[in-house]
Design a binder for this molecule. Sequence first.
Ligand code: ADP
Ligand code: MG
Length: 730
Amino acid sequence: MPSLRFDALRMILKDAVNKEPAVANGPISDYFGKHVFSHDKMRRYLSKEANREFDKCLDLDEPITLRLADQIATAMKTWASENGVTHYTHWFQPLNGATAEKHDAFFEFDSRQGVIEQFSGKLLVQQEPDASSFPSGGMRNTFEARGYTGWDPSSPAFIVDGTLCIPTVFISYKGDSLDFKTPLLRSKRALDRAATKVCQMFDPTVKNVVVTLGWEQEYFLVDERLFQARPDLALTGRTLMGHLAAKNQQLEDHYFGSIPERVANYMKDFEYHAHLLGIPLKTRHNEVAPGQFECAPIFEEVNIAVDHNQLLMDLMNRIARHHKFRVLLHEKPFAGVNGSGKHNNWSMLTDSGVNLLSPGNAPDKNMQFLVFLINTVKAVHDRAELLKATIVSAGNEHRLGANEAPPAIMSVFLGKELNSILDQIEATDAAQFLSSTVRQKIKLDIANIPELLVDNTDRNRTSPFAFTGNRFEFRAVGSSANCAAPMISLNTAVASQLNLFLSEMEAKVKEGIDVDNAMFTILQKYIIESKKIRFEGNGYSQEWVVEATGRGLSAERSVPLVLKEFLEERTLEMFQSEKVLTEKEIHARHEIRLETFVKNIQIESRVLGDLAINHIIPVAIRYQNTLLENVKGLKMVLNDAEYQEFAKPHIQTIQTISRHISEMRTLVSSMVDARKKANSLADITEKALSYDNEVKPHFDFIRTHVDKLELICDDTIWPLPKYRELLFMR
Ligand code: ADP
Ligand code: MG
C-alpha cells in the first residue's frame, strides 16, 4: 500500500502541467477595468442632469435621491445585461473578515405574470439580507435578525462570474455598523475634515483631502493535492506540525529569484482577472520563504483600495484552484520560515494633487509636510496600543516578534535625515524661534529634505511603522486581514491629532503669537512628547524589547490583553468624538475579535488533538510493530552477542516511540481538559485568556513529539506531506 503522501506526490508529477493563463493579447490598457461600471462608463448611460446630480452627491457626500437611484439602477442593469450578466448582489464586508454576497436574478414578474428584466433604485440602494449568521457582537438579538446593506456609490459596481456586484455597507436594523466599510468611510471623512483645515493654513484653495492606501500582499502557494492531504492546512490555514526541511530559507535563494513557470502562470492569470476588475496590480515577486510570493498594486483612495484587496484575496483563492494550487493567506502557515504580512502604505492627498507626506521643493510646502509628519508620529505615539490592537490576531501572533516580522512593539522609523531635523527643532529654544535667522536656517534644512531623501536607501525593514520617502508603511498588518481594520484606527487617530493641533494653533494665535512661531512651538512640544515612539535600530533584536520596555512602550503579546485597549476610555472618547464608532459598536467589535480568537484556537486545538491521536500515533505504532517484528527475527537468526549488538538500537527506538506516544496522549488529554475548562467560562475575555494561557501552550509540546516521530518513522508510511514537499514541490 503506497502511503498517502506518495500517492499525492505521484499525482502531482502526473498533473503538474502548466495551465496557460487566460491572458488577453495586447496592452493592459485595452482591457483594464472592463468589468467595472466605472463612473466614466456610467456617464454614458445617464442624462446630463443625472450626471451633475451624481457628481454633486459624491463631492458633497450627500445622499442620493430615489429618483436618481432609479436612473442609475437602470443604467447599471443595461450595462450589465450588455455584458451577459443575469444576477446582481450586494457585496459587503462583515466582521468575520470575509466578503459576503447574496445573489438575486434581475428578472421579475410583471403585473400580467410575464417575465421581465428589472432592477430598481430601491433594490440598488438597500437590501435586507438575513444577518443572523454574521458576527454582530451582541448588537443584533436573534429575534432581530434583520440587517441592511446600503449602496456605497463611491465604489463602482463590478462583474464577477456573470453577477453584478454592488459594494455596500452593512448595518443593523437599528443603524449600528456591522461591517468594516461603514467606519472606514466615517474615518476617512473625519481625516478629510481635519486635514483640509490644516492644509488651508498653507493654501486656502484646498477643498478636500483623501487617504491613499497601497497594500502589499504576501502569500504562500501549495500544491492542491498536498494541501488536501494536510487536514491542519485545510481546516486552520496553517501547519500545526511538521519537522523543518533540511533546507528552508537559509540560502536566501528564493527572494526576488526567478519565478517558477507554474507559479508565473498562476500570477498572470489572477493579474489578468484583477485588471479586468480595475485592480491596478503592478508588482509581483518571490518573497523570502520558499513557496512565498508577493503582489502589490498602484495605490488608490483608501475605500477603493480596501475593496480591491478584499476582492483580490477572493480572486486569488478562486484562480489558484484552476492551477491546482491553494493560496495560503494565513500569517504563519509554516513554523521556522517567514510568515506573511500585508504592508499598508498610507498617505494623504489633496484635491490639487499634493501628497501631504511628500516633501516638496518649496520651504512652505515642507513646513506643511513637517506638520503632517509630526502629527502622524504624535498620533502613532498616543494610539500605539490601539494600532497594535487593530492588527493582532491568533494568526498574526505567530508572526509578530518572531525574528522576521515587526515586533509586537509599536515604534516609528523616520530615517537619519528626518530625525536630525526633528532633533534640531527639539533643541531650538522658544526664544530662538522668534529670530528670523534661526527660522530661516530650519526652513532651509527643511527645504533640503527632498534631496536628502532622494537616495534614501535607508529602509528599516524591522520597523512596524516606517516612513518610506513619501508615505508611512504600516508593516505589522497580517496577510489575511481586512486592511480597513488598521486604516479605520489610523485615520481616526490622525484626524483626532490634527484637530488637537488646530485647536492649539487657534489658542496660540488668539494669544497674539504669530502663526510661524506658534507652529514651531507646538510641533516642538509634539516632538518631545512623542519621542519615545521613534526608533531607528533593529526592531528584531532582543535589546529593543528591553529598551522599549524601559521607555514605557508596551511589549504585550497576548491577543486578549492587547485587545483591551479598545475599551479604554481614551479609545472610546476618540472614536465617539470623531464620529467613527459608537460605544456600542466598539464593544461589539472587541467582542467579535475575542470570539474569533477563541474559535481559532479552539479549532486548532481540536485538529491538533485529532491528528496526534488518529493519524500520528497509529502510524508510530505501525512502525514500532515493524521494529518489533525485526527484533523478533533478529533473535531467531543471530547469536546472543550479535543480537545484543544489533537489536539494541531498535529496542531503544521502540522505547523512544513508546515514550513519545505516551507523553502525547497525556498532553492531548490535558489539552482537552483545558478546553473544557475554558469553554465553561461565560465571560468572553476570561474565555479568551483561558484559551491563550491554558490551551495554546499545549500546541508546541504536542508538536515537538510529532516532529520527533516524523524523524524516526518510516518515510513511506508517514501520513502527512512533509515541509520539504509542501514548500519545495511545485
Ligand atoms: P516596497 O516593497 O519597496 O515597499 P512596493 O512597490 O512593493 O514597495 O510597494 C509600495 C506600495 O506603496 C505600492 O502599492 C505603492 O503604490 C504604494 N505607495 C506609493 N506611494 C504611496 C502613497 N503616496 N500613498 C499610499 N501608498 C503609496
Ligand atoms: Mg513595502
